[in-house]
Design a protein around this ligand. Structure first.
Ligand SMILES: Nc1ncnc2c1ncn2[C@@H]1O[C@H](COP(=O)(O)OP(=O)(O)OP(=O)(O)O)[C@@H](O)[C@H]1O
Ligand SMILES: [Mg+2]
Length: 269
């Protein structure tokens, strides 16, 4: 294959924001468009992409890492009925240390010879592995969810990516909330620092069913709001990028100094 595959890394500052759900659905959208799609579960300690797809992780990246085998990386993948090839995370957290960042980035590259799109799910935070994956990515999709602390930490993560000159690759994905205070479109745009912003609807009940059955929601309800939002985000037809307002207003007095003086300055030093 001549064409370089698109590598999309899905990450977040805090846990439980919907990364894996989103990653699995983005992969399913790509597969349904006829693209050869690989999903790498780089949440090496607690990854659950295989579980979400109802796949038995009989073989995982741990076995590949133990043999340091990336040449035949496809043979370590599980095949989902949608056509997605899943390089599953190790089945136990203690195996995570066997999977070094360099191995995962090599696996991304090796799978690239067989795929049009590679979706990489990650564990929350700025780990050494995540930083290596951010470098390897064509796009970094940061997923955030309602909550003031999550908003603060998402902003810190975005500022860190900016300091690392990675912000051009960034899309911010946030769960739409109709009633609660945070995060809504305005705040998402403010913390995005001008990056593209993609909302996904709150679909808790339908996603719970999807989790039970192991069939991504975009496959069971391809015309639903969630599927449309994921497809839009996956194809990068995001909302028009916005210029950040000079001042972001929420809790600014409490948090502005803290954010500036921790993440960015530390990452520059
Ligand atoms: N758009 C959404 N609307 C409502 N609930 C959602 C949405 N996306 C994900 N969820 C729910 O949020 C919970 C966490 O989702 P998920 O496991 O995908 O998050 P995660 O970021 O991968 O978590 P972790 O950091 O632990 O890996 C799940 O119960 C999931 O069904
Ligand atoms: Mg996850």
């Amino acid at each position: 294959m001549d064409k370089k595959p698109a590598v999309i890394v899905i990450a977040s500052s805090s846990g439980g924001t919907g990364k894996t759900t989103f990653a699995v659905n983005v992969a399913a959208v790509n597969a349904s468009e006829g693209k050869k799609t690989a999903l790498i579960d780089a949440d090496t300690a607690f990854g659950d992409a295989a579980l979400m797809l109802n796949l038995d992780p009989v073989i995982t990246m741990k076995e590949a890492a133990e043999r340091n085998d990336t040449t035949d990386i496809r043979s370590y993948c599980l095949l989902h009925e949608s056509g997605i090839r899943v390089l599953a995370a190790p089945v136990r957290p203690e195996y995570a240390e066997l999977v070094k960042p360099g191995f995962v980035t090599e696996a991304v590259q090796a799978l690239g010879t067989h795929a049009d799109t590679i979706i990489v799910d990650t564990a929350a935070g700025l780990t050494e592995l995540n930083l290596a994956l951010f470098e390897a990515a064509d796009r970094i999709m940061i997923v955030t969810a309602p909550g003031l602390a999550r908003a603060k930490n998402t902003k810190l993560l975005i500022e860190t990516l900016e300091a690392l000159h990675l912000k051009d690759k960034l899309t911010l994905v946030y769960t739409e909330q109709k009633k609660t205070a945070f995060i809504q479109a305005k705040e998402a745009k403010e913390i995005s620092g001008g990056a593209a912003v993609c909302p996904v609807p709150d679909a808790a009940r339908a996603l719970a069913v999807s989790m039970e059955t192991g069939v991504p929601l975009v496959r069971t309800q391809p015309k639903g709001r969630y599927a449309k939002a994921v497809a839009k985000a996956a194809s990068h037809r995001e909302e028009t990028p916005v210029k950040p307002r000079r001042k972001w207003k929420w809790k600014e007095e409490r948090q502005h100094e803290f954010i500036r003086e921790t993440a960015v300055k530390e990452s520059e030093s």
